[in-house]
Ligand binder design. Structure first.
Ligand SMILES: Cc1cc2nc3c(=O)[nH]c(=O)nc-3n(C[C@H](O)[C@H](O)[C@H](O)COP(=O)(O)OP(=O)(O)OC[C@H]3O[C@@H](n4cnc5c(N)ncnc54)[C@H](O)[C@@H]3O)c2cc1C
Length: 468
């Protein structure tokens, strides 16, 4: 691999014009990192194509000169996926943000990758339709980033993740070839599902330049409930109990006391900061279905160790609670200079055990760890409040992270539920895969990107040529 040189920069300028090719360090600096702590690199250039043809031409320029390419949406990723390769090209797609078609008759929307996630649901809502995936970052993340990370969200418990809504993808391959994967058909089993291979591939197999998404009818009603607990384990147990009763609400999110206090300090919305944990539950559907589901949830919660169960009195009240959950990361990030947000998922019946373990790890290593997350999905975000300038503390963070990942795998969980492997989780991936499946990853990468130029070093390292 080579750093980008003047001849390629000249070719990119001829293609895109000067304004869409950044090369000065002061201009490329903001594209040198994403939302992941302690990871950054200096790109050789940042380019802003606005069509599939331009993306293809940029990739051909890079491939011919063996320049590594990192695709980027909004850079909100939490595993280092869009951190550049030093001296390489960053292909930033946030200006490729047209909505191409909202087909209300077929319940689909076709968009370019730079469209902001929340805008898709807002446009759908105008037609009485619904795009469910709602990552906490939905106001800033792009749909291209969501597809590349297979992002989840607060409604994932009932509605699934980005993959469940992607019907078709236009992708540009490493050599500049353009392929359409999938179709507008509700059922389609023709050939291997290449579309699914690209969803969650973290920019390592190709560049997504168009996305066809499925929409649903918008639920008529929504209800919101909270419950407080004297311990995190009690909250985790209540979630396991709700699921065991075969109740699957739209949302079951939680905040621990550290997070509750930080959010309250930040947003001043009257949260119960004396509670050890707060559970936020939402139900949607017809009004009668919502009433029935929330009544069933209340019965389980009241039979559990919940201290207080409350139903939001108004939409304003519900909005306030949703905001509290969405503000969790930003609020925690204000406490110490470095915030390391982790992302592990365990089977829901093992939640209480996992939560207990995280508490014990924090104590053993004298670390401050706030925990929040999509508890209904078993997806926890232990968040280290730390300082990357303190080498001793960072060493303890590493040890704690190892212990959390080890326990996750022991409980049958996964090292990442939604943020991807990127750079941050790369060292753990071989522990989760067996030898045959890990080797298969490499063979797929080798087939689609033989020179290893697309987001190199993310997810896993490619074996040197000739080795498998
Ligand atoms: C406050 C906050 C809350 C968050 N909450 C959630 C959450 O609830 N659920 C969740 O899943 N994640 C969450 N995230 C993580 C992040 O927002 C998601 O991973 C999101 O999908 C990233 O989108 P992006 O546009 O910022 O992508 P980027 O960070 O720019 O890129 C992410 C990855 O996708 C690749 N990529 C981007 N665009 C393309 C493309 N068009 N083609 C191919 N590859 C591409 C990049 O190379 C990189 O590997 C959160 C992040 C923050 C900061």
């Amino acid at each position: 691999m080579n750093p980008i040189q003047q001849p390629q920069i000249d070719a990119l300028r001829a293609l895109l014009g000067d304004a869409r090719v950044l090369t000065k360090a002061i201009d490329t600096l903001p594209y040198g990192f994403d939302g992941t702590a302690a990871l950054s690199a200096e790109a050789g250039c940042v380019v802003f194509p606005t069509t599939t043809a331009e993306v293809a031409a940029c990739l051909r320029i890079a491939t011919d000169a063996r320049v590594p390419v990192v695709t980027r949406g909004s850079g909100t990723g939490l595993s280092g996926g869009s951190v550049p390769v030093a001296g390489g090209m960053v292909l930033c797609l946030n200006q490729m943000d047209r909505v191409l078609e909202l087909d209300a008759a077929n319940l689909t929307i076709r968009v370019e990758p730079g469209v902001i996630t929340q805008k898709i649901d807002e446009l759908a809502a105008e037609q009485g339709l619904f795009y469910p995936p709602d990552p906490g970052s939905q106001k800033i993340s792009t749909i291209g980033g969501n597809v590349a990370e297979n992002s989840g969200g607060l409604r994932g418990l009932k509605y699934g993740v980005t993959r469940d809504y992607v019907m078709g993808l236009r992708v540009v391959l490493a050599d500049g070839e353009v392929a359409w994967l999938g179709s507008g058909c509700v059922k389609d089993v023709a050939g291997y599902s290449l579309r699914d291979l690209f969803i969650g591939s973290e920019g390592t197999l190709g560049v997504v330049t168009e996305v066809l998404l499925k929409l649903l009818p918008r639920p008529a009603a929504r209800g919101t409930m909270t419950a407080t607990f004297a311990s995190m384990e009690a909250a985790a147990q209540a979630v396991s109990d709700i699921i065991a009763q075969r109740i699957v609400p739209c949302t079951m999110e939680f905040l621990d006391q550290t997070t509750l206090r930080c959010v309250e300090n930040y947003a001043r919305i009257g949260l119960p900061t004396d509670a050890a944990a707060l559970l936020l539950l939402e139900s949607d559907g017809s009004q009668s279905a919502v009433d029935e589901e929330l009544a069933a949830v209340r019965r389980v919660l009241e039979a559990s160790a919940a201290l207080r169960v409350e139903t939001a009195a108004s939409e304003e009240d519900a909005q306030r609670l949703r905001t509290a959950r969405r503000a969790a990361f930003s609020a925690l990030a204000r406490v110490r200079p470095t915030t390391i947000l982790e992302d592990v998922t365990v089977p829901r019946s093992r939640l209480a055990e996992m939560v207990r373990h995280i508490g014990a790890v924090a104590e053993r290593h004298a670390l401050q760890i706030g925990v929040f997350g999509h508890m209904g999905d078993g997806n926890l975000h232990p968040t280290f409040l730390t300082d990357e300038r303190d080498a001793d503390e960072m060493h303890r963070v590493e040890l704690a992270l190892d212990a959390i990942v080890e326990k996750t795998l022991e409980l049958g969980g996964t090292i990442t539920g939604e943020h991807g492997v990127g750079l941050a989780k790369k060292r753990f991936l071989p522990q989760q895969f067996d030898d045959a499946s890990f080797a298969l990853l490499g063979r797929i990468k080798q087939t689609l990107d033989p020179q290893g130029l697309l987001n190199p070093g993310k997810i896993f390292d490619m074996a040197p040529a000739g080795q498998s």
